[in-house]
Design a protein around this ligand. Structure first.
Ligand SMILES: *[C@@H]1O[C@H](CO)[C@@H](O)[C@H](O)[C@H]1NC(C)=O
Length: 339
């Protein structure tokens, strides 16, 4: 009777080893020469975006560079202070990291932080857009079709490590509560988002609304922000399944303490930061990052209004939930909070 048990243990150990193969030693130092891929037609003088970032003779220390260096250092310090000893990355962790092999770019997409436009730009850059050169000519739903862009999780371990070492890694973040309100408004207050109403709305109403009407239970299309907050802070929610990516924390989506991002872009400075990335990629003349539509955008004032209805007790719980994103990306505690 002992033997099967031993076998099972060996099997479990092997599986464990197999899963933990990705441990990559990143240096924040100068990238290895010539390790970036290049597309045909690019000559010997081609430099990867990562090399360009570190190349001080080409770009003198501009305010932009100083800003980004400050963000990187702050992130690194925050990771050191607030996260436990690092563990290893597994391919599953890399599902949000989009790969551009032609230009040597890795972009971790965060929903509600201009990710549709970044995906469009990357489709143009990787050729996935076909003849389209203008990102805005790509329909939004097309940009989210999986398969149009490759993610890092689809590569082999050695290919992953090579790319993590030699590509320019970037992410765009946003004030956490503004992003959350933006997700709520987009997914629960627009009548066309029936998939979200069915999948999440009905569940939220069933669990967090006392005496719900049969119609509300059926349609799930009138979830209040308050009910949404109850759903988020309920421990049962995350026990059941991971948060949907639209409200999942950047910390969990992009692993910023394990993947050492070279550029942390911010939604608050989207235009400048996007230009900076495209400059580093050497494609400034080829593609323009779309200007955002400002009229429907969720602002800090709007977020303040939504939080007005939330009791200090739940504000605090919600803040604790998103605390890491506030710390890692240098967002201060919103002044409208009352705890
Ligand atoms: C962090 O945020 C504060 C307050 O907004 C700002 O003054 C400071 O420059 C920021 N630090 C970095 C490294 O971005």
């Amino acid at each position: 009777m002992r033997k099967p048990k031993v076998n099972r243990m060996v099997l479990a150990m092997c599986l464990g080893c197999f899963i933990m193969v990705i441990f990559y030693f990143q240096s924040n130092l100068k990238p290895a020469q010539g390790s970036g891929r290049r597309s045909s037609g690019q000559g010997k003088s081609w430099r990867s975006p990562l090399q360009r970032l570190y190349d001080n003779d080409q770009l003198e220390q501009s305010t932009v560079q100083v800003t980004h260096q400050g963000r990187r250092e702050l992130l690194e310090d925050a990771c050191r202070s607030y996260t436990r000893k690092r563990h290893v990355l597994i391919p599953e962790d890399l599902k949000h990291v989009i790969v551009d092999d032609q230009h040597g770019l890795l972009y971790c997409y965060v929903p509600k932080v201009a990710c549709t436009n970044w995906k469009r730009v990357l489709m143009v850059l990787t050729g996935a857009a076909g003849p389209h050169r203008d990102p805005l000519s790509i329909p939004a739903n097309e940009a989210h079709v999986s398969g149009n862009l490759r993610t890092l999780s689809e590569y082999s371990t050695s290919q992953i490590n090579q790319r993590l070492r030699s590509y320019l890694k970037f992410v765009f973040v946003r004030e956490p509560f503004e992003r959350l309100v933006s997700a709520y408004r987009n997914k629960f207050t627009r009548s066309y988002n029936t998939a979200f109403h069915k999948r999440y709305g009905t569940k939220i109403i069933r669990r967090h609304r006392p005496n719900p009407q049969a119609e509300a239970l059926e349609r799930g299309d009138d979830v209040s922000f308050e009910e949404f907050v109850y759903y988020l802070v309920d421990p049962a929610t995350q026990r059941e399944e991971p948060f949907n990516e639209h409200w999942e924390r950047v910390h969990s989506l992009c692993h910023p303490c394990l993947i050492h991002y070279n550029v942390v872009g911010k939604y608050e400075t989207l235009e400048q930061d996007s230009r900076y990335v495209l400059q580093l990629a050497g494609v400034e003349g080829q593609v323009t990052f779309p200007a955002s539509a400002k009229n429907t955008r969720t602002t800090g004032d709007m977020a303040a209004q939504f939080f007005n209805n939330i009791s200090p007790f739940y504000q605090k719980k919600l803040y604790n939930l998103y605390h890491m994103d506030f710390l890692l990306f240098n967002y201060s505690t919103p002044e409208y909070l009352k705890f």
